[in-house]
Design a protein around this ligand. Sequence first.
Ligand SMILES: [Zn+2]
Ligand SMILES: [Zn+2]
Length: 131
Amino acid sequence: MGIKRLTRQRRAVLEVVQHAKGYHPDAAWVYGEVRKAVPNISLGTVYRTLEALTEDGYLMPLSRPGEAIRYDANLDGHLHLTCRKCGEFFDIVAPLPDLLSGVRAKYPEFELEGVQVEYQGVCQKCKNVDG
Ligand SMILES: [Zn+2]
Ligand SMILES: [Zn+2]
């Protein structure tokens, strides 16, 4: 990474996601932000740019059924807390449990590539709204 040259639009989109630290924005949010830097960009371009940045390994997509894809610029392996009310993802800053090696040892015939875990609950903001 970093070798490939990014066009100005791609760089602007990537920077918006990277600067949304701790927040995992969707395309609509990125569009609103990136227009401050690139006023004539279209929503379609933002969608395509986010997809291309994901394919090139700059962003990690977070998807849940029925919700817009959110994008994570933090590529260090980390888990998320997810809020079932607002759908927000929060990074967990804690050592990763080893979820693979035990299963890999037990099912050697299966070519294990990864695991997805998310912790679910209600975030502080949503909890406060409910009182
Ligand atoms: Zn919430
Ligand atoms: Zn994250």
